[in-house]
Unconditional design. Structure first.
Lengths: 363, 477
């Protein structure tokens, strides 16, 4: 309860207490990401004990235990670590893009794919796979590059379609995204229909997966993610205000049209990075923001970092499951996120009221 | 008026920004949604420290006007100047530092935020992109919460609030902006009586002590009349009247803008215009005629009404006419009731300034008057006779008769002679109000013998008039 009278300090303290509780959530998620990361590095075709993993990562841990042999070292550093980091990048990018788009569209069903990016990426990737082009730049094959370009191109088309005399009405944008998406998906289907020999590769890519992630993926993905997250974070207050409606946001001093363009660019970038590195992985972008919001509240200053971390945790965990459940065969990670995540989300939805209650009582 | 009355605490908010003296100026603002024009060349000058109500019927463009002022809509023609600069040329942030908006409540938006978070958003225009809220921002938020009595709600989620609480929280958000101009769209719409008074009182306080310029779209004319200094009446996207309450809230203006019949009288306590709906524009049968009991108080000396005699309420062309003989406040209720029931009413001879005369004017009744404390002269008497003969019935209220007005009974006799129905509304026996040594009582007796109907109350009189005119009154439906 708030005291009836009190200095501004009390009020600030109450709000800051709430924020601090939310920062604790961010700290907890950071620890969870570390833990999931370490676990992900230990399991696989060759089991490597956690101590060895840590020693291998940090090099200076004293104490007993076998020194990592070069083979283990190679498995961790060259195979598993880039895959874990790529998974974290993809998960964070999808979750943050989802959170931003849900605020932008003021629609809880918005996810990174409503702006057409995923089908653009799919069309680019599938076109490369079907045509059998095999060039590579900076250690990246043509597939992720084509996916990235396809995603950006699709969003640009949606943007051009939705623009009406200088403004970007979000409803038009939503509809344009859906229209462009279904057109592109038809084009993808057409390509898949004629894919014959490469059908398996195409289908597998379209289920989403992190197999084959290398340091090159990390090196390309990480800067984009960092820039996009940074810009998004400094637009947090604008996103908050936009949740009150565009007109109200403008009356609160937000340049709404500019904010929408910047946020569209940020989400396009995030989605393009995610899809080009991991294929079209569903569920994370839609659901992680909702799960996080239950703990972090609606304020994007807490929501965005928490969503980034939670998305990373979820995707690294899902990828670890995907490559170990029926080892040596790998499941597509998109399958795992949807299969494992949906029941969890439904559970949360059903118990939301009680969780709200607890969230409301702390303060 | 409150220009120079800024309190010490408002020094930061007011001041600076050059001379012009106008907070908001509209010049020929025109706006259309698709085809339908919502605003058609609206011009207005609002001085700093103005306290304005924008009134008008639904769809008259009030909200559109606010949206143009807050830069949410770009007018197709005309310009909106905020402290001398074109709002469309200003950045959203620059507008938001000077002008805050309390929109009509839209449930569901911002539902997941707490009240403190929402009010803190009011600091948005004052914060740089890389800045976080400082002590000054928290102080502004606390003050805004305190002023709107929402400090106790600070930690509640927006979606858990009642309509009234939400409205006050939104007002707090606007106050946290520390604007110099505040626009409100029906700020009292979701509030109960106590909070209506509290919110309008707060706005007036901020206006008086800090020179905050306030423009509020108001639906309730009487509430608006009670608080606001200046009025703008809009109808069909055009300015219908601008000025003080007494100039704008006249029966003629309101009738023209709203298309209904209204009665404008003085509020018994604070003497501000009091608007009562007599008959709605679309359908007959008005409501809320219960305010007419205050004649005695209304007769207290107050400023003479400034509105010109008005065409006002317009009964049907073929309505029967009742001529009322009144004076001294005795006929106020009777005239109001007759108007409410759809009769065409005339009255005479009344002294100007008499509460009956004021009431008649408010009702838009055609009335013969003489100056205060002046006997009825031959010219007025002739006019009165003409009106009485032209009417279908004459009603004589429980008027005290003295040498100056006893002649009015002649008009009743003339009407009786002309075959009109005459109803004597004897709420009190005539002997008790005869100040001419029995002459009035005698005239009364002659009328009764001549066929005049005696009614003991206004209600009885109405029924008698209806019967006498052949049951064609509005009650026969």
């Amino acid at each position: 309860m708030m005291p009836r009278k009190g200095a501004a300090g009390d009020l600030a303290a109450a709000v800051l207490r709430r924020r601090r509780a939310r920062r604790a959530l961010i700290a907890a998620l950071s620890l969870a990401l570390l833990a999931v990361g370490v676990v992900a590095l230990t399991v696989g075709a060759v089991a490597i004990p956690p101590a060895t993993v840590l020693r291998c990562l940090f090099g200076f841990l004293p104490g007993p235990g076998p020194a990592p042999d070069p083979a283990q070292m190679a498995i961790i550093v060259m195979l598993r670590l880039p895959r874990v980091i790529t998974g974290a990048i993809v998960g964070a990018a999808l979750a943050v893009a989802g959170a931003i788009l849900q605020a932008l569209f003021r629609n809880p069903l918005a996810d990174p794919y409503v702006i057409g990016a995923s089908w653009g990426a799919s069309l680019g990737a599938v076109a490369v796979m079907v045509s059998g082009v095999s060039v590579s730049f900076f250690g990246l094959s043509a597939v992720p590059i084509a996916a990235f370009l396809g995603a950006i191109a699709a969003v640009l088309v949606v943007y051009r379609l939705a623009r009406e005399d200088g403004a970007l009405p979000v409803l038009t944008m939503l509809l344009a995204g859906i229209a462009v998406g279904s057109m592109l998906s038809a084009a993808v289907s057409l390509l898949v229909y004629f894919a014959d020999r490469r059908l398996h590769q195409v289908v597998f890519w379209m289920m989403g997966g992190l197999g084959g992630a290398t340091w090159a993926h990390v090196a390309v993905g990480l800067p984009y993610l960092a820039v996009a997250l940074g810009v998004a974070f400094f637009y947090s207050r604008e996103l908050n205000a936009m949740l009150l409606g565009e007109e109200t946001a403008q009356q609160l001093g937000v340049e709404v049209e500019r904010a929408k363009r910047v946020m569209l660019a940020v989400t396009a970038l995030l989605t393009a990075v995610a899809v080009s590195l991991g294929g079209p992985i569903g569920f994370v972008g839609l659901v992680v923001p909702h799960m996080v919001r239950l703990g972090s509240g609606a304020d994007h200053r807490q929501l965005l970092p928490a969503a980034a971390l939670a998305g990373a945790v979820l995707l690294v965990a899902a990828d670890t499951l995907a490559r170990t459940v029926i080892a040596p065969t790998e499941l597509p990670v998109g399958l795992v996120t949807a299969l494992g995540g949906s029941p969890f989300f439904i559970y949360i939805l059903r118990h939301r009221r009680r969780m709200r209650f607890f969230a409301g009582r702390g303060g | 008026m409150a220009e120079d009355a800024r309190g010490a605490e408002g020094a930061g908010a007011a001041g600076q920004a050059g001379g012009a003296g106008l907070a908001v100026e509209l010049a020929g603002v025109t706006f259309s949604y698709r085809a339908a024009p919502a605003l058609d060349g609206v011009s207005l000058k609002v001085p700093r420290g103005g306290f304005w109500a924008i009134v008008g019927p639904n769809g008259s463009g009030k909200t559109t006007l606010l949206r143009c002022m807050s830069r949410a809509l770009r007018p197709q023609a005309g310009v909106v100047l905020l402290e001398g600069s074109d709002v469309m040329a200003l950045a959203a942030r620059d507008v938001a530092r000077r002008l805050a908006v309390v929109p009509q409540a839209t449930p569901g938006e911002g539902a997941e935020f707490t009240v403190a978070e929402v009010v803190l958003m009011g600091r948005q225009p004052h914060l740089g992109r890389f800045e976080t809220e400082g002590a000054g921002d928290w102080e502004a938020v606390r003050r805004a919460l305190e002023q709107t009595q929402t400090l106790g709600l600070a930690d509640r989620r927006f979606e858990e609030l009642s309509g009234g609480e939400r409205q006050r929280a939104v007002i707090a958000r606007a106050l946290a902006q520390e604007p110099r101009v505040l626009l409100l769209d029906e700020p009292t719409a979701h509030l109960d009586l106590a909070y209506q008074v509290q919110v309008l009182g707060l706005l007036r306080h901020l206006n008086r002590t800090r020179g905050l310029t306030v423009l509020a779209v108001m639906h309730d004319l009487n509430l608006a009349a009670q608080y606001f200094d200046s009025f703008m009446l809009l109808a069909r996207g055009r300015v219908c009247a601008v000025g003080a309450a007494e100039e704008v809230l006249t029966a003629a203006n309101i009738g023209r803008a709203y298309g209904g019949d209204v009665l404008v009288s003085r509020h018994p306590v604070h003497q501000r215009p009091l608007v009562t709906l007599v008959r709605g524009g679309g359908e007959g049968g008005g409501e809320g005629g219960g305010e007419q009991g205050g004649d005695a108080t209304a007769a207290a000396p107050g400023p003479a009404p400034t509105h010109a005699s008005a065409p006002g309420p317009a009964p049907a062309e073929d309505a029967f006419t009742v001529h009322v003989i009144g004076g001294g406040g005795a006929a106020g209720h009777l005239m109001a009731e007759l108007c409410r029931c759809g009769w065409r009413v005339t009255a005479g001879v009344l002294n100007r300034g008499d509460s009956d005369a004021e009431r008649a004017e408010g009702l838009g009744i055609r009335v013969v008057t003489v100056p205060p404390f002046t006997p009825v002269g031959p010219r007025e008497h002739a006019q009165n006779l003409a009106l009485a003969r032209a009417a279908d019935a004459v009603a004589v209220a429980s008027v005290p008769f003295g040498p100056a007005n006893v002649i009015n009974l002649e008009a009743a006799r003339a009407a009786l002679a002309a075959g009109r129905a005459v109803v004597l509304v004897d709420e009190a026996p005539v002997s008790g109000r005869d100040y001419v040594g029995g002459a009035a009582a005698a005239a009364h007796e002659r009328l009764v013998q001549g066929g005049a109907i005696v009614a003991g109350s206004v209600a009885e009189a109405l029924r008698a008039i209806e019967r006498a005119t052949g049951g064609t009154g509005p009650w026969t439906e």
